[in-house]
Design a protein around this ligand. Structure first.
Ligand code: AMP
Ligand code: MG
Length: 408
């Protein structure tokens, strides 16, 4: 058994970088930038009014109220040819270029029309008020997005504003997923005696999709070496072979020999992690293979810790592990496993600090308890007991962002 940190290091070291491809901006969401993006222009591209009101010379309204001659109007999308001289003002709209001579904009609410051609500025304005100067946000040629960044809506906005209708992103890793177990039946089936539904296949496929992969389903194979091998052969061409089940010490756990017959060599087969000790990681050329434990929570947690990291690294993402925060435990936790434990919890901001409510779980088969958690509290192997009130490290899961605040 190797420690979690060492296993992660091996996985990251072995994960091959994927080539880049070009996609349209509307297809870029969730993809990872394979290039640094620079601005093609100053932002704002001109001195821009931030309010509807009047462009003025701040010195003219140093004593307010002040009456100014209105010499024209600048709607957004036009270019002002006029110049604001002493004692003059120009009616201006949000987003419009501030005309030469003007040094500030006074918002319309702080003005009153004096007559058809004159305005009373009711309050003075500071030099530069409500004007966003050209290039004050970003200069032409400045780096605005770095490669390795996952495209989210805010990234889409930046790409759009610098004219990137197409962008280079990492190719999506192709994951071939095989579910194993004689007892496994499809989701739509009613399980017979001794049978259970395939929950790992859909769950792990969903995790892979969220990590940016393209998923090929290889179906369900029984615990039989020939069946496993021929099913795994269907994964040829994939970047990652993912197998659920069949990696523990039972007589029917044949995933390792099947992968071996296909030419994979193993970098580790057991990790000191709970849930999930049996975890097989192998490689053949640039193809990675993960044998995940069949227990539903073990499969999901080991995916989150190792497979997701590999998929993100292959796409060039820097931060490959779930975000970590320090939490105050609201209940006692035990870890007698001798491995690094990941205990389901709900983390929330309460009374000025992040707290972790332990979720009652029956163990690594309890996928319903796992679905209630939005975080995993990590307890090192040596930390056999943690009491309420103590601090601990929590790994935040995606659901953390969707906490509805309902009572726990
Ligand atoms: P294994 O790792 O194959 O020994 O399986 C460990 C446990 O996980 C057993 O209770 C299996 O029935 C269960 N299991 C294995 N594969 C799946 C699956 N695809 N969906 C749900 N449970 C599974
Ligand atoms: Mg099995």
């Amino acid at each position: 058994m190797i420690p979690v940190e060492e296993a992660l290091e091996i996985v990251l070291r072995e994960a091959p970088a994927l080539p880049a491809e070009e996609v349209a901006l509307e297809d870029a969401l969730g993809r990872v930038l394979a290039e640094d993006v620079h601005s093609d222009a100053d932002m704002p591209p001109f001195d821009r009014a931030a309010m509807d009101g009047y462009a003025v010379r701040a010195t003219d309204v140093a004593t307010a109220p002040a009456v100014l001659d209105v010499i024209g109007e600048v709607p957004a999308g036009t270019w002002p040819e006029l110049e604001v001289g002493p004692g003059e003002a120009v009616r201006i709209m949000t987003g419009a270029p501030v005309p030469t001579g003007a040094t500030a904009v006074q918002q319309v609410e702080r003005t009153r029309a004096a007559d058809e051609f004159r305005v009373t500025i009711l309050e003075s304005v500071a030099h530069g008020a409500h004007v966003a100067p050209r290039g004050s946000e970003v200069g032409a040629g400045d780096l605005v997005l770095e490669r390795g960044r996952r495209v989210d809506p805010a990234t889409v906005a930046v790409l759009a504003s610098v004219g990137r209708a197409r962008v280079r992103v990492a190719r999506r890793p192709v994951v071939a997923l095989l579910v194993t177990g004689d007892e496994i039946v499809e989701v739509a089936a009613v399980p017979g005696p001794g049978q259970i539904r395939n929950s790992n296949g859909p769950a792990v496929a969903a995790q892979a999709l969220q990590a940016g992969a393209e998923v090929r389903l290889l179906g369900v194979a029984g615990d039989d070496l020939v069946a496993l091998r021929s099913a795994l052969e269907g994964g040829r061409g994939a970047d990652v072979l993912l197998v659920s089940g069949g990696v523990s010490a039972g007589d029917y756990d044949l995933v390792e020999p099947a992968l071996e017959e296909l030419g994979f060599s193993f970098l580790f087969t057991k990790v000191a992690v709970k849930p999930g000790a049996p975890l097989v990681f192998g490689k053949r050329g640039t193809t990675l293979a993960f044998g995940l434990p069949g227990n539903p929570v073990s499969a999901q947690v080991t995916f989150e810790l190792f497979v997701r990291a590999a998929l993100l690294r292959m796409q060039g993402v820097g931060g490959v592990s779930p975000p970590r925060v320090e939490v105050e435990l609201l209940g006692p936790l035990k870890n007698r496993s001798g491995r690094k434990a990941h205990v389901p919890a709900r983390v929330r901001f309460e009374a000025g600090r992040l707290v972790a409510h332990p979720v009652r779980s029956m163990g690594s088969g309890d996928l319903v308890a796992h679905a209630k958690a939005n975080a995993l509290v990590a307890l090192d192997a040596e930390r056999t007991q943690a009491e309420a009130g103590e601090a601990a490290e929590a790994l935040l899961l995606g659901r953390f962002l969707e906490d509805d605040g309902a009572p726990i």
